[in-house]
Design a binder for this molecule. Structure first.
Ligand code: PMP
Length: 417
């Protein structure tokens, strides 16, 4: 048996054009190294998560110190641990919603499922017993747990389980078409909707920034019909769009915000859900008939993961990396814009801040292009709609951003001539 023959992930859906598996053995800054010693520029920040870059000793030390003191103790019932308490307060203060309550999770999918459960439960507690529909956007990716799978706007993530979705009541609205969204909500029945869930910038669905006024309109629409507005900021949180949260950038006050990835920059598996007090208060009502919201996992508020998150947030703040991501927007635009004229490129999409996509024409093998670019030393991935995902760690230099664009152009040119 060769090393890793048993590891399912990454192989089951590896396109043949992706060639051999790359084993990443080390990382520093915006680069990773493979087990055979190749150094690659990480233009995808792993899976959109390594915001502060690889190889941060300060975070490793924070994990070590915390583990020596106390690896973890659960946050359940009467119990909690110090890093979880500090992190929750810090996220509440940092987030766009004043006085938000914070639940800690073990990752993005976990955050989404918690948020959906919370929205459904909130409707029930509010006496809106017919509000059972979860609405999401076409092309949305909300993780791969049960509810996230059910509300996926990417059909291939939602289909294949024997029913249209794992939970009965879901519906999709068109992305970036507010009139279309309104019409669809009328068809569903506004009084049946518990929540509208939206990524501020569609990520895995092809990097689509919001149309002018779309997010603000969607939030207003949710509130007009008495539903919750849930912002899935698993990718956009912690600086990716040049603001701490995309909600800050677009002036949103979501009822619920889901977070993960950049919360720890991937140094530990951790997510969070911020809940506006107007929603949380319903669960804290001191009446005997207010049932407990049963969500708390063994690792919710894992002490070492929370200590890691604290160190990661310190780095983001002290090195002013959110401002760096804001400044990078112009740099990305400048180097990617010329690709618009390339015969193999359908569209160049800016998702704001350090987030962009180069959509290739449908007849181009995007996975093969991404594999070529990776073989040339720049890690890229083709996501939905044949889009090359560009989402580097914030520590990447302007020259390295330029190098990403040049490497893409070279790989595309080779296919034309
Ligand atoms: N929501 C969004 C918007 C995401 O992009 C992702 C992951 N790509 C998730 C949820 C799920 O996060 P995780 O992979 O950490 O479970």
């Amino acid at each position: 048996m060769t090393l890793g023959e048993a590891l399912w992930h990454g192989q089951a859906h590896m396109p043949t054009t992706a060639r051999t598996r790359l084993t990443i053995a080390g990382g520093d800054g915006a680069y990773v190294t493979t087990d055979d010693g190749r150094r690659l520029l990480d233009a995808t920040a792993g899976l959109w998560h390594t915001n502060v870059g690889h190889g941060r000793e300060r975070i490793a030390r924070a994990a070590y110190d915390q583990m020596c003191r106390l690896e973890t103790y659960h946050c359940f019932g009467r119990f909690a641990n110090e890093p979880a308490l500090r992190l929750a307060d810090r996220l509440s203060a940092l987030g766009p919603v004043d006085g938000a309550k914070v639940m800690l999770t073990s990752g993005g999918s976990d955050s989404v499922d918690l948020a959906c459960k919370l929205a459904l439960r909130h409707a029930q507690l509010s006496g809106d017993t017919t509000r059972t529909v979860l609405v999401s956007r076409d092309r949305a990716y909300h993780g791969l747990h049960g509810l996230g799978t059910s509300i996926a706007g990417l059909p291939y993530n939602r289909d294949g389980y024997g029913s249209p979705s794992l939970v009965p009541d879901t519906a999709r609205i068109p992305t970036n078409d507010l009139d279309g969204a309104r019409a669809q909500i009328e068809r569903i029945g506004p009084e049946r909707i518990a929540a509208i869930v939206a990524e501020p910038v569609i990520g895995t669905g092809g990097v689509h920034g919001p149309a002018e006024g779309y997010l603000e309109g969607l939030q207003a629409l949710a509130h007009d019909i008495g539903a919750l507005f849930v912002a899935d900021e698993v990718i956009t949180g912690f600086g990716r769009t040049g603001h701490w949260f995309a909600s800050d950038r677009w002036g949103l006050q979501p009822d619920v915000i889901t977070l993960a990835k950049g919360l720890t920059s991937g140094y530990a598996p951790l997510g969070a859900v911020l809940v506006a007090p107007r929603v949380a208060d319903r669960f804290f009502a001191d009446t005997p008939d207010t049932p407990m919201f049963r969500h708390g996992l063994t690792y919710s508020g894992h002490a070492t993961a929370c200590a890691v998150a604290e160190a990661n947030l310190d780095i983001l703040a002290e090195e002013e990396l959110v401002a760096r991501a804001a400044a990078a927007e112009d740099v990305l635009t400048k180097v990617l814009d010329p690709l618009r004229d390339h015969p193999l490129v359908a569209e160049v999409r800016s998702g704001a801040g350090f987030l962009a996509g180069v959509a290739l024409r449908a007849d181009v093998d995007g996975a093969a292009v991404a594999a070529d670019v990776t073989d040339e030393g720049v890690i890229l991935r083709a996501i939905h709609e044949n889009t090359l995902q560009i989402c580097p760690p914030f520590v990447v230099t302007d020259d390295e951003v330029d190098h990403i664009a040049t490497t893409i152009r070279t790989a595309l040119d080779r296919r034309v001539t």
